[in-house]
Design a protein. Sequence first.
Length: 148
Amino acid sequence: MKLKILVGTMTNTAEYAAQAIEMDCADLVDHIEVLLMDGLDISVFDEDALYLICCSTYGAGDVPDNARALCDSLDTAPRFLGHVRYGVIALGDRTHAQTFCFGGKKFDERLHSLGAKRIGEVFCHDASDGSMAETEAAAWCRTWLASV
Ligand SMILES: Cc1cc2nc3c(=O)[nH]c(=O)nc-3n(C[C@H](O)[C@H](O)[C@H](O)COP(=O)(O)O)c2cc1C
């Protein structure tokens, strides 16, 4: 099984988390590919792989700039994604109480509405609690992969 991690980030925290997963979880899947979301559209889900959305939150609960085109394409070029199984790591900060982790949650809503099947709960990382996103995400992902 291949794990494809799609990274939406503004200041690289989500990318570091994905890289930590790539190193820590290599023994649990055949191959891990980390892809920044820049320039991607809905066709990225054409491959037969397990998907992990790893995405932060900006503005008033928006996805980061590099994730906008992919997120929009789920609306503007929708297609049935019933073959897709995915997980979500949503990065945010609880001081933004009204929009906590909305970036990752936005992807979850859109993928769900297109028929994709989420495995497990959305994992939310809170930048305000002092924990390291890389450490938390890699530990969560090991458990998540075991449940797939
Ligand atoms: C200008 C700005 C706006 C933000 N807006 C939100 C928000 O609305 N909701 C939220 O949960 N986190 C918000 N955050 C927190 C980031 O999502 C969080 O720090 C995250 O870990 C950053 O990850 P990244 O470096 O991969 O972009 C905001 C951060 C900044 C700097």
